[in-house]
Every structure is written in C-alpha cells, then in structure tokens.
Design a protein. Structure first.
Length: 125
C-alpha cells in the first residue's frame, strides 16, 4: 500500500524533476511494502511520515540526488579515483540505493528496541 504521494515528498524537501517524480512514485510503493512488513498496525499518519523520510533519503543520496546511482546497491563504503583507474567498495547490510528504516522510523512505527518476555504459563494462574 502506498502511504504518501509525490507532492507530500516534495513538501518541505525540494521540487523534483519529472524523472525524479517517476522514481519517487516507485520508491513510495516499495516503501509501503517495507513498512507493512514491520508494522501494519501503526497509524496512517506515521506510515505517511516514514514513507516520505525513506524516499527523501534515497532521492537526496548525494549531490543533485545522484549519489545512489554512483555506487553499487548495498555499498556502505566506497572510493573511486580517476586516471589511476582505482575503485573499491565495501558491501554489507546496505544503505546506498536501498530503502531502509532508521531507528527513529522504527520507533514511529512502534517496532523499535523492545526487550521483553512472556511465559504462556502465566496466563494459567
């Protein structure tokens, strides 16, 4: 499910080009799937905010919003040189080019750092 639209992503951010608007729509659909995988019970307004934050992060990944396109998906560290023909990438859990939930966004959805336990035997008493 899509929780935000292109105009909501632009609001308070920047005006998007036509190509970015097309990409934004696709990213919003993907963000909705990621959000639903974490929390289907969160209020709509929070899902809308988190969707916008996730998509803005990817649209603004570098100068002119093109940083994510310069490095392989999932790269956490990168280096590039010219004329010496050198490139190196460190790829792990990923952040470049991938939609992900930050700690704050997980808290907004109600799925942050929760530690606890429940014993089914307690319900018998």
């Amino acid at each position: 499910m899509v929780y935000a639209n292109v105009e909501e992503v632009e609001a308070g951010f920047r005006t998007l080009s036509d190509d970015e608007k097309t990409l934004c729509s696709a990213l919003l659909a993907e963000a909705g799937i990621v959000i639903d995988a974490y929390s289907q019970d969160a209020p709509f307004e929070r899902k809308q905010l988190v969707s916008c934050r996730m998509v803005r992060r990817q649209l603004d990944a570098g100068p002119g919003g093109q940083g994510a396109a310069m490095y392989p998906m999932g790269a956490t560290q990168a280096s590039a040189s010219a004329l010496g023909y050198q490139q190196s990438w460190t790829v792990s859990g990923g952040s470049v080019g991938e939609l992900y939930l930050s700690k704050l966004e997980k808290r907004l959805l109600g799925v942050g750092d929760k530690i606890g336990a429940h014993s089914p035997l307690e319900d018998l008493c």
